[in-house]
Design a protein around this ligand. Structure first.
Ligand code: HEM
Ligand code: SF4
Length: 751
């Protein structure tokens, strides 16, 4: 920038409200620097504007093709304790994934000037730019605001990005184009006074139909499915879905709400959530807990009451009627793909990355972005391609890709060549090769294992086999999260993984829990089942063993989920069992580091020593009982015995708690009252069981269930208890690890 600042240049080129807010953010940053604004207050301010702190792991960043070494490698390194003003991450909201060429160019420039020249597409259609210095965030916001993009409420306890099918408007099976309504909801909710006092975030999603996957409404806090009743457009509305540690399917709030009632109904939902949602305990604060607690019927009644008292707002109707889809104008007339010679690779790319539109002669082209990343140069090339061949029609997708829409079939060869020249012409889009991954330990402070490192490894291995893969295997989805928080949406994949760790041979070994049979279709209709943890380095073999078993045992055109359900959890677990074991360090040191990271693995900054004392083996023996009860609970669930499943899950928590108690009190009885009482005094009340982020969340699961057994038990309650027990057992492992590490460190200090 020359003499004039971006503030001066752009001030009048953006919405006045947005300009004022960004200026305020600038002032708050100045106050923070002077020490006049506390870290907590500033953190809330910055998160509400999409500015996250981040972690710097091994000083490397994969750009989708290769590892780059970061210019910032000397900033405070690994772990959650980075400084407030160290470079962080900016999340940039892209409502329903719609982005124009001009916007993409500005994003590319910003990623280059303020960051490492990489734009990352997230699992909720946002863009993220990492390693942005806090000083640059206000200018970044201004430059984006000048092209009508905001980072406001991209993080924090707010209404997050409104997502929607990337095929909206061009899809063959949609009821109608949801894009204008997604835009209307986003405009209405952004900064609305009724959405400022949530205890937690609220994620909305639109879907043009009930049965495809794109909208994923069932896993959202608020979901809207297009419906037409008696010739009138409207939405089925669902609330209270969500992934995270304990996944919930959303419940139906209304089978049909006409379009002009969409915004007032959602305003009423927001008011009820703000008033009644949990505020103190973050871990129970998502709307899913409120809906589960009071029941959907009561929630519905409250929303209806609230709706009646709302003062009228003209925007309820003006926003939904004035909004027009902005990106449905093609560049060229629809045409046929002309016969003739094709460039190398075209056929494979056409097979997986090109889909016919509802409009004759046009196609949607998927860009298979490795790990969701594209470089600034690639983004600029893509902007040119979009202008030239797709009428500037682009969307980001929840599979961390982008699509070009309204590409005339006559131009497909030229588009393929241009994309290939730009390095974004990879085939295998939306196949097993196109692995989805959250940021994991690369940049997320909560990450346990290297989800991106694993995704990159799997992608390479699967791409090498893609040409010879059976079609049924190719159609599968693999999704990976670095921890139980599920940002990589592992519950929805055929084969999903989330990171955890296990103690072996006195060292910490990165592991991934295997989750099988999630349903991507039916708007994320079913979540996968946990099968057990395998070491990170064994995951590629696990994927191979699972896909081989599927091919060999598949009946007819059975889906992967169908295969998992028919085979049953016990037999499915047998398939992964040979990979669960970790050889001692001396025999297989590679298991003790994570993918894309040569350092020995640790969790947090605690250096784990070599001595595995008596405590560990005693705990190890005891906790096996808890794990096998948890496993039997899953089997009981599969067999439809919900009471047995729930009881076993509860007992598995008791066993894990007892394993911890026995570290200090070997003679504790097996009576649940004794175990819980000892656990509470020794580990819970003094917060030793607490993890630095989840706090007492997982311990509370046991205390609540022990205090009150449910009156009646259905599938939902049993499944939830199983999820809770798995997390409790994980937390017991982590707690034991912390205790042991502390004792090793204390020993080292004394020595
Ligand atoms: C600094 C830490 C974190 C980072 C970098 C991170 C990153 C992400 C990203 C990139 C996405 C895609 C979402 C979007 O574009 O808005 C996402 C989604 C998600 N995040 Fe996180 N996240 C973090 C912490 C958490 C925490 C603490 C939780 C839960 C307690 C969580 C739960 C989720 C869930 C459940 C999703 C996806 C599914 C959904 O929308 O429900 N994340 N996260
Ligand atoms: S799943 Fe865990 S590691 Fe991955 S981004 Fe979310 S919080 Fe971070």
């Amino acid at each position: 920038m020359g003499a004039e600042s971006w503030k001066e240049v752009l001030h009048d080129k953006m919405d006045a409200g947005w300009a004022e807010e960004i200026d305020q953010f600038d002032s708050q940053m100045a106050l923070r620097k002077l020490g006049k604004l506390g870290e907590k207050v500033f953190a809330e301010t910055r998160l509400r504007r999409g500015v996250y702190g981040q972690r710097y792991d091994n000083g490397k960043r994969h750009d989708g093709t290769a590892d780059q070494t970061l210019a910032f490698a000397d900033v405070p390194t690994k772990g959650p304790e980075t400084l407030w003003d160290a470079p962080g991450m900016c999340r940039i909201k892209i409502p329903f994934g719609g982005v124009s060429a001009e916007q993409l160019e500005v994003l590319a420039d910003c990623s280059e000037e303020y960051s490492d020249a990489i734009l990352h597409v997230t699992t909720r259609q946002d863009f993220q730019i990492h390693y942005v210095h806090i000083e640059d965030t206000a200018d970044l916001m201004r430059r984006l605001a000048a092209v009508n993009i905001t980072t406001r409420e991209a993080c924090g306890n707010s209404v997050r990005n409104v997502t929607g099918c990337p095929l909206a408007g061009v899809c063959k099976t949609e009821t109608f184009d949801i894009s204008p309504y997604a835009q209307a909801l986003m405009t209405f909710m952004l900064g609305h006074p009724d959405v400022q006092d949530f205890g937690r975030k609220f994620k909305p999603a639109f879907s043009g139909c009930e049965h495809e996957a794109c909208g994923l409404v069932q896993m959202h806090d608020g979901g809207y499915v297009a419906r037409v009743v008696d010739g009138k457009k409207g939405f089925k509305i669902v609330v209270g879905g969500g992934l995270g540690a304990v996944p919930h399917q959303a419940a139906v709030l209304s089978e049909f709400t006409p379009v002009e009632e969409l915004l007032p109904v959602m305003q009423a939902v927001a008011r009820v959530f703000a008033r009644l949602g949990e505020k103190k305990n973050r871990n129970r604060a998502r709307i899913k807990f409120l809906v589960a607690k009071i029941g959907i019927e009561e929630f519905k009644r409250m929303v209806e009451e609230e709706r009646k008292t709302l003062p009228h707002d003209d925007r309820w109707t003006s926003l939904v009627t004035d909004m027009a889809p902005t990106d449905n104008e093609p560049t060229a007339p629809g045409a046929e793909l002309a016969p003739g010679d094709r460039p190398d690779g075209f056929a494979a790319w056409f097979d997986t990355n090109v889909r016919a539109q509802r409009q004759d002669g046009y196609s949607v082209v998927t860009l298979n972005l490795p790990l969701g990343d594209l470089t600034a140069d690639q983004a600029r090339s893509l902007a040119d391609i979009a202008r030239k061949w797709s009428g500037d029609n682009m969307r980001t997708t929840v599979e961390q890709n982008m699509v070009l829409r309204f590409v005339s079939n006559g131009d497909l060869v030229a588009v393929f060549e241009a994309l290939t020249a730009a390095g974004i012409g990879a085939a295998d889009g939306e196949t097993i090769v196109d692995v989805t991954s959250c940021p994991g330990t690369d940049t997320c402070k909560l990450g346990i294992a290297a989800s991106r490192g694993l995704a990159s490894e799997l992608r390479q291995r699967l791409a090498a086999k893609s040409a010879s893969m059976p079609a049924a295997v190719k159609a599968l989805r693999v999704k990976i999260s670095g921890c139980f928080n599920s940002c990589g949406q592992h519950h929805l994949a055929d084969i999903g993984f989330y990171g955890n760790s296990r103690k072996v041979d006195g060292r910490t070994v990165p592991h991934f829990q295997v989750i099988l049979g999630g349903q991507w279709g039916e708007n994320a209709g079913k979540y996968g089942m946990a099968m057990g943890s395998v070491p990170s380095k064994a995951v590629p073999e696990v994927v191979e063993a699972l896909t081989d078993a599927y091919v060999q045992s598949r009946e007819g055109d059975e889906s992967f989920r169908g295969f998992v359900e028919r085979t049953g959890k016990r037999s499915m677990r047998e398939i992964i069992k040979p990979f669960m074991k970790v050889a001692p360090y001396a025999e297989a040191p590679e298991f003790y580091s994570d993918w894309s990271d040569v350092r020995e693995f640790t969790i947090g900054d605690l250096g784990i020593g070599e001595c595995a004392g008596e405590m560990v083996s005693l705990f190890g023996i005891e906790v096996v009982k808890a794990e096998s009860q948890g496993f039997d609970a899953q089997i009981a669930l599969e067999e439809g015995d919900f009471e047995e499943a729930e009881d076993l899950a509860y007992r598995s928590m008791i066993s894990a708690a007892r394993a911890l108690v026995r570290l200090e009190f070997i003679d504790v009885t097996e009576t649940p009252d004794d175990v819980v009482s000892e656990f509470k005094t020794r580990y819970f009340d003094n917060e030793r069981f607490f993890d630095r982020f989840a706090k007492g969340k997982f311990g509370q699961y046991l205390l609540d269930r022990h205090a009150t057994a449910p009156d009646s038990i259905d599938r939902d309650i049993a499944s939830r208890r199983i999820e809770e027990s798995q997390l409790f057992i994980e937390a017991a492992h982590a707690c034991e690890l912390r205790i042991e590490s502390a004792s090793i460190l204390a020993g080292a200090a004394e020595a």
